[in-house]
Structures are given as structure tokens and as C-alpha cells.
Design a protein around this ligand. Structure first.
Ligand code: GUN
Length: 286
């Protein structure tokens, strides 16, 4: 039987460490770390995510500041707000929830965030730091994925890792982090030919293609570690909605370990955001 990697439990442990770090900062006479969360428009999913992030801040002692702007906000106004937040010493982390409305150039907005306060790790400077392996802020989901892998496979040196998905938010940064651990990394995607053959050799598979149940049981080598980043709603025959990942969960009992959907990667993302915020606050103190 494959071990189920409990993302909720590992996220709780990370939150405990983050809380202890915040307490230590307060005990040393520093202000609480502050996270500014910027939401433009009324996107339903974004509102849910932002609410969760703000609630999570409270739990660990991070001061959160929410900035809600109307959907029609001009780019210049959004950039002016970011400039104010960049210059505000009580703000240590800035998160602009994406997607942004059409009239806004997302890349330009993300570039306008100070790299030192970029807790999402999306700024080109942080992307560059990650690809050259010189620290910086690591994007939350990839960081969470690495912690989940390390919980069952602490030494990745020489292991064969396959990342399915080439997004800037997950696939590319995860591939770089695996390389930093001396894994042999293949980055594949939905157009990759012979994907099943590539996966069958892998010691680790990170499935982040957004393609429900793409990875079948027969693609998986016995003893492999499987990380499922996909989350898609599926209507069952009984009319009930379920969430499925990119891995056919019921077919991979011969794996060493697998993350469930939900309860795997998802909970790690917010825990890593909180941890990144404290890291940014500490770096800004130095
Ligand atoms: N939208 C979906 N995921 C994310 C994320 O991790 N960060 C931000 N800023 N927006 C998102």
C-alpha cells in the first residue's frame, strides 16, 4: 500500500515553526511581519483564496492588510498602490492575487513589486535567483512540493525526477529546485511524446499539467514518489461533484507514497506563503 502524504499535517507543522519565528521576532522587540494582499475585481475563486490567506495570517501572528480595488482599476492606480506598499516599512510582503483584469499588464505589475517583498517569488529577480541557485524567495507551491517530497525521500541525489507541466508558477521552478537537490530532471508536458515511457523510469513524478487522471497506474514504477498538483472538479455518476488530481489515485497502490487531492499540495501553498512572509520580514531587518 502506498503511503498517503498528509499535506495538512505537514502544513500544520510548518505553521507551528512560522508561529514560533513570529513570536521570537516580537520577543526581540521587532514589529509583527506584515503582509499586504491586493485583490483587483470580483473573481469568485480569487476572493476565496484571498480570504483563506488572510485567515491563515491571523493564525500565525502575521498582520495582514487587504487592499480591494474595483475591476476597472487602471494599471497606473494599481502600480501607484504597489509603490506605496514598497515604501511602507510596516509591509514586509506584497501579494497581488492573479489573474488580474484584462486591462492590466500582469507582468508589468509583478515586476513593480520590490523583489525583497515579493512573497510569491514571481518577480524576474527572484526567478533569476532561483535558477542560479542563490537563494531569494521561492514560489509557494514549488516550495511546498519540495517539503512534501523531502518528508518521504530526504535524499534526491541522482534520483530520476519527472515534472509534468512547464508553467512559470509550478513546473519550471519545481524543476529547478529538484536540480538543486542533484536529481536528474525531465520536464515534460501534455505534448511530450512517449510520456508514459518517460514516467515509468521515474523515482519521483510531479504531475502539474491540469489534466485529470493523466498519470495511470501502469505509468508508475513500483516504489515511486508521486506528487499530484492537479485539482479538477468531476461530476460522478451519482451526480455528486468530486475533486480529482492529475494522477489516477486508485491505480497507484504500488507507489511508495502519493499525495491525496485534496489534502496534499493545496494546504502547503498557504503555509509556505506565511513562511515566505516571515523570511522576507527577517531579511528586511538585516
Ligand atoms: N492565483 C492563484 N494562485 C496564486 C498564487 O499562488 N499567488 C497569487 N498571487 N495569485 C494566485
Amino acid at each position: 500500500m502506498a503511503q498517503i502524504i498528509d499535506g495538512r499535517a505537514i502544513a500544520r507543522q510548518l505553521d507551528e515553526r512560522t508561529t514560533a519565528e513570529v513570536d521570537a521576532m516580537l520577543a526581540a522587540g521587532h514589529p509583527a511581519p506584515g503582509l499586504a494582499v491586493v485583490l483587483v475585481g470580483e473573481d469568485g475563486a480569487s476572493q476565496v483564496y484571498v480570504r483563506r490567506k488572510i485567515k491563515a495570517c491571523e493564525k500565525v501572528g502575521i498582520r495582514s492588510m487587504e487592499h480591494r480595488l474595483p475591476a476597472g482599476t487602471p494599471q497606473a492606480d494599481l502600480c501607484a498602490l504597489i509603490k506605496r506598499l514598497n515604501n511602507d516599512d510596516s509591509v514586509h510582503g506584497i501579494l497581488v492575487q492573479v489573474p488580474l483584469p484584462e486591462q492590466i499588464d500582469t507582468r508589468a505589475v509583478l515586476r513593480s513589486i520590490s523583489p525583497d517583498k515579493d512573497v510569491d517569488g514571481f518577480h524576474p529577480v527572484n526567478v533569476g535567483r532561483l535558477t542560479t541557485g542563490v537563494g531569494g524567495i521561492v514560489p509557494c507551491t514549488p516550495l511546498g512540493i519540495m517539503l512534501l517530497i523531502e518528508s518521504v525521500l530526504p535524499d534526491l541525489k541522482g534520483k530520476d525526477a519527472v515534472v509534468i507541466g512547464k508553467s512559470n508558477i509550478v513546473g519550471k521552478p519545481v524543476a529547478n529546485l529538484l536540480l538543486d537537490e542533484e536529481a536528474t530532471v525531465t520536464v515534460a508536458h501534455i505534448y511530450t511524446e512517449n510520456l508514459s515511457d518517460i514516467c515509468r523510469k521515474a523515482d519521483v513524478i510531479v504531475a502539474a499539467a491540469g489534466a485529470p487522471e493523466l498519470v495511470r497506474g501502469w505509468w508508475v514504477k513500483p516504489g515511486a514518489v508521486l506528487i499530484d498538483v492537479g485539482i479538477t472538479r468531476k461530476l460522478g455518476e451519482d451526480g455528486k461533484e468530486t475533486l480529482v488530481g492529475d494522477i489516477a489515485f486508485n491505480e497507484v497502490q504500488h507507489a511508495a507514497a502519493v499525495t491525496p487531492v485534496p489534502g496534499g499540495v493545496g494546504p502547503m501553498t498557504i503555509a509556505c506563503l506565511l513562511s515566505n512572509t516571515v523570511k522576507a520580514a527577517r531579511n528586511l531587518l538585516e
